[in-house]
Design a protein around this ligand. Structure first.
Ligand code: HEM
Length: 212
C-alpha cells in the first residue's frame, strides 16, 4: 500500500469509527429523556410492544459501539482475549437487537416498502454475523474477517440512516417520501460497497491494519 492510500484508509477508518461511537452514544438519549421526548416516531411501540422497542434501542448501540474496536489490528494483536470477549458481546447484541429490529420493522408506521427494507436488513445482519461467528469458531480467519466486514457494513446502516435522514431534512424533502427510501438506502449501498471492496482489495491488504 502506498503512503497516500494508507493515509486515506486511516482517515476513512477513524471517521467511520468515531461516527459509529457518537451515533451509539446519541442513540442512548432515551435513557435520560424518555422515548416519547427523544424519538417520537417509534413511541407508538410503547403501547403493547415496549419490550421489543427497548431490546432494540437499548442493545443495538452496544453492537455499533463495539464494532470499531474489533477492526483495530494492534488492539487485536495485543489483547486477543479482549477481542474474543468483545466479539461475543457484538454477536449477542446483533442477535438480540436484530430479532427485535425485525419485529419493529413490522410495526413501522412508514409503510410496507420501509418495513421490507428494515426486515431484510435485520435478516442479513443476523445471517452475516452468524456466518462470521462460525468461521471464527473454525479458526478460518480470512473468512471470519470477510464476513465480519459484511456484518459491519450493515451495522453501519445506523450511521448512514441518520446522515441521510438529516440531509433529506436539510434539503427540505418530505419525510413521508424520504423515510421509506432511506430504509433501503441506509444499507444497500453499504453492502454493495463492501462486496466491491472484498473483490478488488489486494490479497495482501488489510483494510484497517493500515489504519489502526
Ligand atoms: C442493522 C440492523 C438494524 C435494523 C434492521 C434496525 C431496525 C429498526 C427499526 C425497524 C426501527 C423502527 C423504525 C420505525 O418504526 O420506523 C429502528 C429504530 C431505531 N434503531 Fe434500529 N435497526 C438496526 C440497527 C440499529 C443500530 C446498529 C442501532 C444503534 C444505534 C439502532 C438504533 C435504533 C434507534 C435508536 C431507533 C429509534 C429511532 C431512532 O432514533 O432513529 N438500530 N431500527
Amino acid at each position: 500500500m502506498s503512503m497516500v492510500s494508507r493515509f486515506a484508509a486511516s482517515v476513512a477508518f477513524w471517521t467511520a469509527a468515531v461516527s459509529a461511537v457518537l451515533v451509539a452514544v446519541a442513540s442512548l438519549r432515551f435513557l435520560a429523556l424518555g422515548v416519547s421526548a427523544s424519538m417520537d416516531f417509534v413511541a407508538h411501540n410503547l403501547d403493547g410492544n415496549a419490550l421489543m422497542l427497548y431490546a432494540h434501542i437499548g442493545v443495538a448501540p452496544i453492537a455499533l459501539a463495539l464494532m470499531p474496536f474489533q477492526f483495530m489490528t494492534r488492539l487485536r494483536a495485543r489483547r486477543p482475549k479482549l477481542h474474543r470477549w468483545l466479539g461475543r458481546g457484538y454477536v449477542a447484541a446483533v442477535l438480540v437487537s436484530g430479532l427485535a429490529g425485525l419485529q419493529l420493522a413490522f410495526h413501522t408506521t412508514a409503510g410496507i416498502f420501509a418495513a421490507t427494507g428494515f426486515a431484510l436488513l435485520a435478516v442479513l445482519w443476523m445471517i452475516t454475523t452468524g456466518i462470521a461467528l462460525v468461521f471464527a469458531l473454525q479458526r478460518n480467519i480470512p473468512r471470519h474477517r470477510a464476513w465480519m466486514l459484511r456484518s459491519a457494513a450493515l451495522t453501519f446502516a445506523a450511521v448512514t440512516l441518520r446522515v441521510y435522514l438529516g440531509s433529506s431534512m436539510a434539503a427540505g424533502l418530505d419525510f413521508q417520501t424520504a423515510y421509506p427510501l432511506i430504509a433501503w438506502l441506509c444499507w444497500l449501498p453499504n453492502a454493495v460497497f463492501m462486496e466491491v471492496y472484498l473483490l478488488v482489495r489486494p490479497k495482501s491488504s488489510r483494510l484497517v491494519s493500515a489504519a489502526a
